[in-house]
Design a protein around this ligand. Structure first.
Ligand code: MSP
Length: 650
């Protein structure tokens, strides 16, 4: 099946920022997802290089528009590979073949009688590069750009957009998927409930020369939107290229809500006037704000993709934007939010699962994927297989519907299940019993096999991490050739395949510099204030109130590692429910790999202390038993039922 998906073509009056990056990451992810399902995909992005805004920006820098657009369009093109974006075609509206196509279309629509000459007076917003209706103004200003539009009266050419209004309403009503999410479809239908004005499609050359001349009157250039929207046709070889035939009927456009009207109203009516079938779908997303505020140059909070990649890495950035934004709604970017996702979803959940599983295959199966022995199969294995099947269904539906956050949620549910599967099946325990080798191999096989399928599904979102995972699992070279309907079936891992644990899939990041310490100081102050009340009374008994001062909580261990040169100590990272580090003297009793996933009891308000250079924020409780040989056996206090990390123990 062919898929054709486009981003907007970005104005070259500003350098790429998080908003441009988001739309392009979404489109890239969708393209990769479609390829994974065997589609023949064409993914196009590009730059919009004509119009008043660009001419003014060039004049400000005292360079010619041509020099100016070359520079910024190159900056956009250089950004995409750094975000692991692989478009098939990059269009520029200054490309000669695009200019020719725009002129041919103008001539055709003019010849058909759908373009006429008239006088017009209206409110022109330069930021939007269009005339706004009275109704769109808020207190006399453009609501998007917060400036009063210029009142312009001039003679111009007009496109008979109103002629196609009824057709458009019918088309949107008959095709519920034409504009999604639904809120934008409703917005468009509501706008169309009022009579539509015709569209002014020219600018006199006395006012603007940086545009495509009208073929039937060279004292005018075409309006920037008429020029820009046509990129979606020229990029695939309209009118007679073979790619046009193949892709046009399936065209899907991805945009943000700022350019809904040109895409949902101007564009379909223009296409109709050309005698072409409508595009297939329009996917509309919300805005990225920063710390709840609109991104803006004047506030100085514009987030650049380059900075994000340097700080967090491309996988974390792609994962974060897709996981955190509900497609269609606005979202707020903050460094705390991305660090939290990186540490919890990537480093802890997926990263730990991956490295623990592969390390165990090295340790207990000589580094090769063992064979699965059906005779030793278990209910837990069955449950896992069914959970993966269910996840694949949800993944496909949600990715196809642009609900990326839901698709990822489904994948991470299985990752959680796998972490619990390890704890429940305790390979380190069965490894001690030689009669259980078949069972041990089955557990290791299931882990490798589930991770293979997870590698496939995360590939559209994090291509670089998936590549590392595929290599570690011995699938490297074949990853790109696999399609999910085939490769997603359980049981494709080949016994005997050598695996190689990667160094670290996702590094853990530090939280905001002083966040943890401030909290620790505050706790300390509160504690010293109330110290007197906490002292045990003389008879060695504590009062109920004094006991109540101890904050005991359930904590989930999410990472565990040895502390160099400290034989007894392990560094634990726990969720309680916030993340903290605890140093525990349990290294002689537990190996790090068997701890992850355990829910233990901690003293949460113990005064933080540094042990071997590691800040320990609490204490893990354990039972101690004196053995006959004088040694001590130590067993961690865990909770019997399923209870959320952070729950108080009283
Ligand atoms: N040139 C026109 C589009 C012509 S398409 C035929 C244009 N360019 S733009 O540079 O202003 O890009 C707008 C698009 O950039 C949005 O629709 C969206 O895809 C992306 N974003 C810009 N700022 C954004 C946010 N703050 N948040 C999310 N996406 C945003 O309009």
């Amino acid at each position: 099946m062919p898929t054709y998906v486009t981003t907007p073509i970005y104005y070259v009056n500003a350098m790429p920022h998080l908003g441009h990056a988001y739309t392009t990451i979404v489109t890239d992810t969708y393209s990769r997802f479609r390829r994974l399902y065997g589609d023949d995909v064409r993914f196009q992005t590009g730059t919009d290089e004509h119009g008043e805004k660009i001419a003014e920006a060039a004049a400000k820098q005292d360079v010619s528009p041509r020099e100016y657009v070359d520079e910024i369009s190159a900056a956009f093109q250089a950004t995409w590979p750094t975000l692991d974006i692989e478009q098939d075609y990059t269009i520029r509206t200054t490309d000669p073949d695009h200019i020719k196509t725009v002129q041919d279309i103008l001539q055709q629509v003019y010849d058909n009688g759908d373009i006429y000459f008239s006088e017009y007076s209206g409110h022109y917003c330069q930021g939007c590069e269009r005339f706004l209706t009275e109704k769109e103004l808020v207190e006399g200003k453009c609501p998007d750009h917060q400036v009063a539009p210029k009142l312009i009266s001039e003679q111009n050419y007009f496109f008979k957009m109103s002629k196609y209004q009824d057709w458009l309403i019918e088309h949107i009503k008959a095709n519920p998927e034409y504009i999604t999410p639904e809120r934008y479809r409703n917005e468009v239908l509501s706008f169309l409930s009022e009579p539509l004005e015709d569209l002014c499609i020219s600018r006199p050359t006395s006012r603007l020369t940086w545009g495509i001349p009208l073929p039937f009157d060279d004292t005018f250039v075409t309006y920037v939107w008429f020029d820009a929207l046509i990129n979606y046709l020229t990029g695939i070889g309209y009118p007679d290229g073979p790619d046009f035939e193949k892709y046009w009927a399936v065209a899907e456009h991805v945009i943000a809500k700022d350019i809904l009207k040109p895409h949902a109203i101007y564009w379909p009516t223009m296409i109709q006037a050309m005698g072409l079938p409508p595009y297939k779908r329009l996917h509309v997303h919300g805005y990225w704000n920063v710390d709840e505020t609109k991104m803006s140059k004047s506030i100085g909070n514009v987030v650049r993709p380059k900075e994000l990649i340097e700080e967090y890495g491309v996988d974390a950035m792609r994962y974060f934007v897709l996981r955190d934004m509900s497609f269609g709604l606005d979202s707020s970017f903050s460094s705390e939010a991305i660090v939290a996702r990186q540490n919890s979803d990537l480093a802890n959940d997926l990263g730990n699962l991956f490295s623990r599983s592969l390390t165990m295959i090295v340790k207990y199966a000589e580094g090769k994927i063992p064979a699965y022995d059906t005779a030793a199969g278990s209910e837990a294995d069955e449950e896992l297989i069914q959970a993966l099947e269910k996840m694949l269904i949800s993944y496909e539906t949600n990715m196809a519907g642009f609900a990326f956050h839901k698709a990822l949620q489904a994948v991470w549910e299985v990752i959680g299940l796998l972490n619990r599967y390890i704890v429940a099946n305790a390979p380190w325990e069965i490894a001690k019993d030689e009669t259980q080798t078949a069972r041990l191999n089955n557990v290791l096989y299931c882990l490798a096999e589930a991770l293979r399928i997870i590698t496939l599904v995360v590939q559209p979102v994090m291509p670089a991490a998936a590549k590392k995972m595929a290599e570690a699992l011995g699938l490297g070279v074949t990853l790109a050739q696999q399609t999910l309907p085939e490769a997603g079936q359980w049981g494709k891992s080949v016994a005997g395949t050598p695996i190689a644990p990667p160094k670290q899939l996702f590094p853990r990041l530090d939280k905001k510099k002083d966040g943890g310490q401030k909290q620790a100081q505050k706790t300390q102050q509160q504690q010293s204030k109330k110290k007197a009340q906490q002292e045990p009374s003389n008879d060695g008994l504590v009062t109920f109130e004094a006991f109540g001062k101890f904050e005991l909580r359930v904590a989930e261990i999410i990472a565990a590692e040895k502390i160099p040169k400290a034989d007894r100590l392990l560094k634990l990272t726990v969720n309680a429910p916030e993340e903290r580090t605890i140093v525990a003297g349990i290294a002689e009793h537990y190996s790090p790999e068997e701890l992850v996933g355990l829910r233990v009891i901690i003293v949460a308000n113990l005064k933080p202390a540094k042990l071997r250079g590691v800040l320990s924020q609490g204490m893990v409780l354990a039972a101690k038993q004196k053995m006959e040989d004088g040694t001590e056996k130590l067993v961690l206090s865990t909770v019997a039922g399923d209870i959320a990390p952070g729950s108080r123990v009283a």
